[in-house]
Design a protein around this ligand. Structure first.
Ligand code: E4P
Length: 238
């Protein structure tokens, strides 16, 4: 299982990279905006360089299929670890499967994104998407069980030997990460703040606090004993 960061914040990426748990990065136009990546090309290239050779998903910004295709081909020239994010359907509901398959035929890795149903996963896999992003939080927004969608998708891909990997995004709590992982997601992509919650625990902190305090006490006892011993030696030499 892999862990991606759902962010365009370079400092956060550096931080999680240093923990040696980072396998990739996903972005979308909203993430770029919120993290100050107003020039998408500049920020995407910075992220790609930072995490190379790990994959970095960069999303197209149009409804038009011909434009999606040319944007996708352009993004793929920015770095060899770019993965082009193509929404499963556009604003009008037209499937983007033709774009997914054309990019895949060019040898460009595609992350088919904004998926909320099992059917979308099936069709994306058939079109040749390298990654398929299920938006767990948004599935739940619609009153559906995200874990069921993830589990069914992963089982179906396995059963028919499709190489597409399921990325679960739209993570909104640390528990969402746990549910996605246990449902069999190949990859989860999380905003940094939920990964931080995934590792933190107040009782772990308290446990470490007690251990450190006891270690300091033991050192103080040893220092005191050494002082007494040295004083004894001095007395014997008088
Ligand atoms: C994943 O690839 C998406 O960028 C992201 O997880 C979407 O999450 P949201 O539902 O919080 O916008």
């Amino acid at each position: 299982m892999q862990i991606f960061l759902d962010t365009a914040d370079l400092d956060e990426i550096r931080k999680w990279q240093a923990y040696s748990i980072l396998d990739g990065v996903t972005t979308n136009p909203s993430i770029m905006l919120n993290d100050g990546g107003y020039d998408m090309e500049v920020r995407a290239k910075e992220i790609c360089k930072l995490v190379h050779p790990c994959p970095v998903s960069v999303e197209v910004t149009t409804n038009d299929h011909a434009e999606m295709l040319s944007q996708g081909r352009l993004f793929a020239t920015w770095a060899d670890n770019v993965v082009v994010k193509i929404p499963v359907i556009n604003e009008s509901g037209e499937p983007s499967l033709d774009v997914v398959s054309a990019l895949a035929a060019d040898g460009i890795k595609v992350n088919m994104t904004a998926c909320l149903s099992f059917g979308q996963v099936v069709l994306g896999a058939k079109a040749g998407a390298t990654y398929i992003s299920i938006f767990g939080g948004r599935v739940a927004d619609e009153g559906q069980n995200a874990a069921d969608v993830i589990r069914n998708a992963v089982d179906w891909l396995d059963r028919w030997n499709y190489p597409s990997r399921i990325i679960v995004g739209s993570i909104r709590t640390a528990m969402d990460i746990q549910e996605a992982v246990l449902a069999g997601a190949h990859i989860i992509t999380s905003p940094p703040k939920f990964l931080k919650k995934f590792i933190d625990h107040h009782y772990s902190r308290e446990t470490v606090r007690v251990f450190n305090a006891d270690a300091r006490k033991a050192l103080a006892i040893m220092a005191e004993a050494t002082k007494k011993e040295l004083a004894g030696v001095r007395v014997r030499h008088l």
